[in-house]
Design a protein around this ligand. Structure first.
Ligand code: HEC
Ligand code: HEC
Ligand code: HEC
Ligand code: HEC
Ligand code: HEC
Ligand code: HEC
Length: 260
């Protein structure tokens, strides 16, 4: 502990340092990872392992996602692969400061559509609806996706399911995950339409400020009167010092009075 404090005093808290230096000691991983889509999209080793400047000097350990508890483990992927209907930052929080090991709910609240919870830009919202996942919380994104190589294991299904359960063919994915549908449903499920209502993704996403701001954000695109009403109802009684809340209330009220 004393050594750690001394290190922090001389070097400050850990910082991101980039992928290049990792190759000095993790040559194979760096080489494989460089060819993946995520690497080309700019995702750093440190986005999944935590800031590594001290580690690269031999002075600190990093996080291994699979060694984390399920919630922070899932957050490593969800920081980027979860949009849902809306995601609202908590006061004075910045997702750029997210570090592997953190909970997503410490930074932001996430909301999904009540009528179509699978709709969103990430896969997290779909995967949460999968029976496989609901019944086996150890099943996570990294079970099928080897992110160092960019390869996907399409045969993992058979480690849990037997031919007695379904003997309709070996290519489980083509029938149970059409169009990359991560709900892994029994049958191809036709797309549902969202209605105006949203709900918190987890119990810790349930705060009136973030729910109100989520309705506000959706309303700015939809101009749906019910979303406007919910946003007004939820935000109206919050403390006035919050600049985001004040500005949302201003535009909600202005639009309200302009209505024909
Ligand atoms: C998208 C997330 C992600 C990215 C990006 C990523 N890793 Fe990993 N890494 C993991 C996961 C998950 C594990 C655990 C694998 C397991 O337990 O099967 C892991 C394990 C490791 C390990 C320890 C176990 C081993 O395989 O030797 C090292 C070292 C490592 N990663 C280095 C790197 C380096 C270096 C980079 C960048 C070139 C990188 N990782 C990029 C997710 C990631
Ligand atoms: C100077 C050599 C060196 C550099 C540079 C280096 N590592 Fe490591 N790394 C190691 C060693 C040695 C281990 C094994 C530690 C152990 O098992 O005691 C390790 C282990 C890891 C682990 C497993 C968790 C842990 O801390 O044991 C991860 C993840 C990891 N490195 C990622 C990275 C990433 C990402 C970078 C670049 C930002 C990087 N490393 C740069 C030497 C290095
Ligand atoms: C820092 C942001 C970030 C993190 C963290 C991240 N991803 Fe990605 N991922 C991306 C981006 C950007 C793309 C490319 C655009 C797309 O396909 O969504 C991508 C693409 C992918 C793809 C499709 C491309 C391919 O290589 O097949 C998979 C699968 C994937 N990510 C899985 C994961 C998993 C699993 C984790 C957690 C262990 C993870 N990602 C963590 C940003 C991230
Ligand atoms: C870690 C184990 C595990 C893995 C891997 C796994 N499943 Fe499952 N799956 C389960 C469990 C447990 C259930 C729930 C069974 C029940 O409800 O009795 C389930 C349920 C299902 C169902 C029924 C869904 C429903 O809504 O009733 C289908 C279809 C299915 N899995 C297909 C797959 C396919 C395809 C894969 C590979 C892409 C896969 N599973 C991977 C454990 C797993
Ligand atoms: C049971 C296996 C399995 C699990 C668990 C799983 N995936 Fe996938 N994923 C697949 C398969 C199969 C594909 C189809 C593409 C392929 O074969 O590479 C895919 C494709 C993707 C793609 C690229 C396609 C697209 O539409 O953008 C992304 C991104 C992705 N998965 C992210 C995730 C994330 C994030 C999680 C966790 C929330 C996750 N996956 C969990 C099996 C899985
Ligand atoms: C040709 C399409 C097809 C293929 C390939 C396929 N399945 Fe299925 N699967 C189905 C259909 C259709 C059902 C039945 C759905 C229903 O009863 O509503 C089903 C049902 C299931 C169930 C639920 C069984 C139950 O009674 O609870 C599981 C689990 C499952 N499949 C897993 C798999 C696995 C694992 C693979 C790959 C080894 C696979 N399926 C390959 C179409 C397919």
């Amino acid at each position: 502990m004393l050594i750690l404090l001394a290190l922090l005093a001389t070097q400050g808290p850990a910082q991101f340092t980039g992928n290049a230096i990792c190759g000095d000691c993790h040559r194979n991983i760096v080489k494989r990872y460089a060819a993946t889509t995520m690497s080309r999209e700019g995702v750093l080793c440190e986005n999944c392992h935590g800031p590594a400047n001290l580690h690269a000097q031999g002075a600190a350990r990093l996080e291994i996602p699979t060694a984390l508890d399920p919630a922070p483990r899932d957050a490593v992927c969800a920081q980027c692969h979860f949009t849902g209907a809306a995601r609202i930052l908590k006061p004075n929080r910045d997702l750029a400061r997210f570090r592997a090991g953190d909970l997503l709910t410490s930074y932001a609240s996430s909301f999904i559509y009540v009528a179509a919870p699978e709709i969103g830009g990430g896969k997290t919202e779909q995967f949460a609806l999968s029976r496989c996942r609901q019944k086996s919380p150890d099943l996570w994104c990294g079970s099928c996706h080897d992110t160092h190589s960019g390869k996907t294991d399409r045969t993992l299904c058979q480690s849990c399911h037997t031919p007695q359960q379904c003997n309709r063919g070996k290519d489980c994915i083509s029938c149970h995950m059409p169009q990359n549908d991560h709900r892994i449903a029994r049958r191809k499920t036709p797309p549902r339409s969202p209605t105006w209502q949203i709900r918190p993704f987890t119990a810790s996403d349930n705060a009136p400020r973030e729910l109100g701001l989520a309705y506000y954000e959706l309303w700015t695109k939809s101009r749906n009167a019910q979303q406007q009403g919910e946003a007004l109802r939820l935000l109206a009684n919050l403390p006035k010092k919050d600049a985001k809340v004040t500005s949302a209330l201003n535009s909600l009220r202005k639009a309200g009075s302009n209505q024909p």
